[in-house]
Write a protein that binds this ligand. Structure first.
Ligand SMILES: *Cc1c(COP(=O)(O)O)cnc(C)c1O
Length: 377
């Protein structure tokens, strides 16, 4: 039987037309009509007068957001601990130091209480953090009212890692538009993909132009090659942007499929004691449910998250533990951490289940059968 993946690319059908156009007009370069078109599509989709610069990856978008926030050598940057390493790595690219913050239980994202405690403590040591990186894990918006208020109160720039949350909203406003900068990812497993790619969402055109300048080798305005800044080769190609334009045509449809997947899991686990499906805690939150995840309480189920993962794997079904918190990663073990053990417990008990927008009814039937088999043991 074919493998059922956690989340695989799902083409809508319109993508190749834009890619063909790029070939037909010879715009095979890191600029061109598809790049401009994809940026316009994203700007109108997320709204809020956003200004979007398309880049080679979400990681490069975080890197440039840190640079534009003024982060440099030996600065401190606050970052949600429970996330993919790409949220934190660019802090080190800048020679700065991450300070990790625990999650809270409602959204699994940055705990506002631990965040403020960290800022106060670090300021009392004489060093105000230079930026805050908050993440919307699995598409679930973080507690943005509280976190935005803290960012404003202490005048620390807020970078919103919305790599997993394109289309999610908090109080009706799209994720990626709350912070001073928002970042998006179009990697192969994300809600839409360009095969690889990302974007930086800016508040104004000035920041967007600075992003494009830095992403295209920081070339000064001169006939020869003249440079007053260190630049990067981070601009998105016109070919991949063509895939992005096609994907935008099906984005909302794909979000609705992912939300249907989440409903499927709610239904499947409704009567199974000890397993809870992650969902919105109140109506303020609208998750794109990029990945559906569950918490397995072994003391009730008599099997662990790992037993379930291996049992699914036996039936050629992929599932994966939740993100391992950064403060528990060998590479980041020496950096500061504020919080208790919320993210650590989520990591111990949590599992992401197949969630692609291309999951078929037969796939769901196989998942159901496989899980029921374990229940009967
Ligand atoms: C995927 C992801 C990124 C990185 O995006 P890339 O486009 O793969 O570089 C950053 N943060 C989070 C939370 C992600 O899931």
């Amino acid at each position: 039987m074919d493998k059922i993946w956690l989340s695989s690319p799902h083409m809508g059908g319109g993508e190749q037309k834009y890619v063909q156009e790029a070939f037909d007009t010879n715009w095979v370069a890191p600029l061109g009509p598809n790049v401009n078109g994809f940026e316009k599509d994203l700007e109108s989709y997320i709204g809020e007068n956003s200004n979007v610069a398309c880049l080679v990856s979400g990681t490069s978008a975080i890197h440039l957001a840190l640079i534009l926030s003024g982060v440099s050598y030996n600065d401190n940057v606050i970052c949600q601990s429970m996330t993919f390493s790409a949220s934190a790595n660019p802090i080190k690219y800048q020679g700065a130091n991450p300070i990790f913050i625990d999650s809270e239980k409602d959204t699994w994202n940055m705990c506002p209480i631990a965040l403020e405690e960290a800022i106060k403590k670090e300021m009392s040591k004489g060093k105000k953090p230079k930026a805050i990186i908050v993440v919307h894990l699995y598409g679930m918006p973080a507690k943005m009212d509280e976190i935005s208020a803290i960012s404003k109160r202490y005048e620390i720039p807020l970078i919103e890692d919305a790599a997993e949350a394109l289309g999610s909203t908090y109080k009706g406003k799209k994720c990626g538009t709350f912070g001073d900068f928002g970042i998006l990812s179009f990697n192969g497993n994300k809600i839409i993909t360009t095969s690889g790619g990302g974007a930086l969402v800016c508040k104004n055109d000035e920041d967007k132009q600075k992003t494009i300048f830095l992403a295209t080798q920081a070339r000064d305005n001169a006939p020869h090659y003249q440079h007053s800044h260190i630049g990067y080769n981070y601009r998105m190609s016109n070919i991949t942007a063509g895939i992005g334009r096609g994907q935008m045509e099906v984005l909302d449809k794909h979000i609705s499929y992912r939300r249907v997947n989440n409903q499927f899991y709610q239904e499947l686990f409704k009567n199974i004691k000890g397993i809870t499906v992650f969902k919105e805690s109140t109506e303020n939150y609208f998750s794109n449910h990029w990945l559906s995840a569950i918490i397995v309480d072994e003391t009730i189920t008599n099997f662990s998250r790992e037993d379930l993962r291996l049992s699914l794997l036996d039936d050629n079904i992929e599932s994966r533990p939740l993100w391992k918190p950064m403060h528990l990663q060998p590479v980041f073990k020496d950096y500061a951490y504020y919080g208790t053990n919320v993210s650590e417990n989520l990591f111990k008990k949590g599992l992401c289940l197949p969630s692609g927008s291309n999951l078929t009814e037969e796939d769901k039937e196989r998942i159901k059968t496989s899980i029921n088999k374990l229940m009967k043991k």
